[in-house]
Structures are given as structure tokens and as C-alpha cells.
Design a protein around this ligand. Structure first.
Ligand SMILES: Cc1cc2nc3c(=O)[nH]c(=O)nc-3n(C[C@H](O)[C@H](O)[C@H](O)COP(=O)(O)O)c2cc1C
Length: 194
């Protein structure tokens, strides 16, 4: 199996991290991989806000917790948001799993390929991180609450462009413990016509 395919098949979402920060050199490679992702019309309108300041990460965690608190949910609410709200009530709640790095990926709010372009960049970052033995996980909470007043004000202070929406965020760091085993892949999801 080629190294590329093996890297793709063995990447897993990591949800437990050590305190060790990733090196600036590795961060640079990860961001380079993001920049070289494809984008609609080669727009490259994305922005990557790298947050490695523990105090500011915890501050953001506080704003996310408050946003969950304010959020009214019912049975029609997306299940992950409902479970997120429940989890956020716990004092030990930390939406980025205490990873030392969080990268917030944003893109122009009115750009039709914002999400698709950002997802391509995120997957590039996941794969390169895995190659560098750095664990990663997609984190939804920042996109869910990027229009909450307190979250938004803080994101603007941190440098997320005001005309951008948050398309996704990822946490990065070194895995604490074993990687999870890959879940079985679903059958009947491919149609090939020759
Ligand atoms: C769009 C998207 C959003 C996700 N959001 C979260 C999230 O907010 N928190 C989390 O722990 N994992 C999140 N994940 C990770 C998925 O749960 C994970 O990719 C899936 O369970 C498959 O596991 P694997 O990545 O280890 O193969 C997200 C993944 C994607 C693609």
C-alpha cells in the first residue's frame, strides 16, 4: 500500500491530548498543506486563525459554554448540538479536548464555495498532521456559535475577518493514549456504472 493511502486509512479523530505543543516548524508545514488545497475558481479566500494561547483558548471555551447555556433546544435540534449542550453543563467541559492548538478556518460569508474550500483545506491539515504524528479532530462548536455576540466579538479580536463565517475548526496536538479503532465503513454507498 502506498504511504499516501496508508496515511489516509490510518488517520483517526483524536479526543485526548498531552500538553506538549506542536513545533512552529510542523505548524508551518500543516498550514502550507492547507494553502495548497483546491478552492473554487482558485479563490483562496479562506483564513486560518491559529490559537495556541492557553488563556485565550480557555476564554473561548467559556464563551462557547455560555452560548450553549443560552441555546434553546428541542427534539428537532440536530442531535450533536443537543448532546453538546448537555456536555457543556459539566464543569470540566472543554470543547477542544484540551488540545494545545486550535485552528479556526473561516471564509467569506457570502461565497458559495466557502464550506467546500474550507473542508478541503481541513482535510489536508488532518492528513499532514497525521503524517507528522500529530493528532487532530474537527471541532464544530466554533462554527455553530460564530454568530453568538460574545463569541463573535472575541473571534474578531483574535483576528477572524469580520466578513467571514467560521466554516470549521480543528484541534491539534499529541495523542494521549491509543488511537481509536476505525469504525466499520458502511456498505452500499458506491454505484459504479461501466
Ligand atoms: C464536518 C465534521 C464535523 C465534526 N465535528 C466534530 C466535533 O464537533 N467534535 C468531535 O469530537 N468530532 C467531530 N467530528 C469527527 C467525527 O466524529 C469523526 O470524523 C467520525 O466519527 C469518524 O471518525 P474518524 O475521524 O476517527 O475516522 C467531525 C467530523 C466532521 C467531518
Amino acid at each position: 500500500m502506498s504511504n499516501v493511502i496508508e496515511n489516509i486509512l490510518t488517520r483517526r479523530s483524536i479526543r485526548k491530548y498531552t500538553d506538549q505543543q506542536i513545533s512552529d516548524e510542523d505548524l508551518k508545514i500543516i498550514l502550507e498543506a492547507a494553502k495548497y488545497a483546491p478552492s473554487g475558481g482558485n479563490s483562496q479566500t479562506w483564513h486560518f486563525m491559529v490559537l495556541q494561547n492557553k488563556e485565550k483558548l480557555l476564554q473561548l471555551n467559556g464563551y462557547i459554554k455560555s452560548a450553549f447555556e443560552k441555546l434553546e433546544v428541542d427534539e428537532s435540534t440536530y442531535r450533536s448540538i443537543r448532546t453538546g449542550k448537555e456536555a457543556s453543563k459539566n464543569d470540566s467541559y472543554n470543547f477542544y479536548y484540551h488540545a494545545p492548538t486550535l485552528i479556526i478556518v473561516s471564509n467569506e460569508a457570502d461565497y458559495g464555495n466557502a464550506m467546500a474550500d474550507s473542508a478541503c483545506a481541513i482535510e489536508n491539515m488532518f492528513l499532514v498532521s497525521h503524517y507528522l504524528q500529530i493528532g487532530s479532530c474537527w471541532i464544530n462548536q466554533v462554527s455553530w456559535f460564530c454568530n453568538d455576540k460574545s463569541v463573535r466579538t472575541f473571534l474578531t479580536e483574535l483576528g477572524v475577518p469580520e466578513n467571514h463565517k467560521v466554516c470549521g475548526s480543528i484541534c491539534l496536538g499529541y495523542r494521549d493514549g491509543n488511537a481509536p479503532v476505525a469504525k466499520e465503513r458502511k456498505e452500499n454507498i458506491v454505484t459504479i456504472i461501466k
